[in-house]
Design a protein. Structure first.
Length: 122
């Protein structure tokens, strides 16, 4: 066996063993999770920083119920914090922002200085 043949066989053997190891340990699914793009999530209009929003939001679903276009969703059923996925169902920015008006805790609020909604990526 010459040197080239040796390395060719060794490489083939190592790749085969490595692939089996990766499959056995579940690394493939981890790598797929890392490379699969996650949908972009945003907090509803009028939400401030993530810390302030999650502290103020009680998960009452009032904003979700008030949204006439059903774009406000709750993903985590334990924390119940609302999210919007603009890639699949964008906020249409209603004139009166019923989601903000429905929020009983002011977790969603207008920035009265600029009369605009704060949009923050989740």
């Amino acid at each position: 066996m010459d040197r080239g043949e040796f390395f060719s066989k060794a490489f083939t053997l190592l790749v085969g063993k490595g692939a089996a190891l990766v499959e056995d340990t579940g690394i493939v699914s981890v790598l797929e999770d890392l490379t699969t793009p996650k949908p972009s999530a945003h907090r509803p209009p009028g939400a401030s920083s993530k810390t302030a929003f999650t502290a103020a939001c009680t998960g009452c679903d009032a904003c979700m119920i008030a949204c006439p276009h059903n774009v406000v969703m709750v993903e985590d059923m334990e924390q119940r914090h609302p999210l919007i996925y603009p890639d699949t169902a964008p906020c249409l920015r209603c004139d009166s922002y019923p989601c903000i008006a429905a929020c009983p805790t002011a977790a969603l609020a207008f920035d009265h200085a600029s009369s605009e909604c704060v949009w923050v990526r989740s």
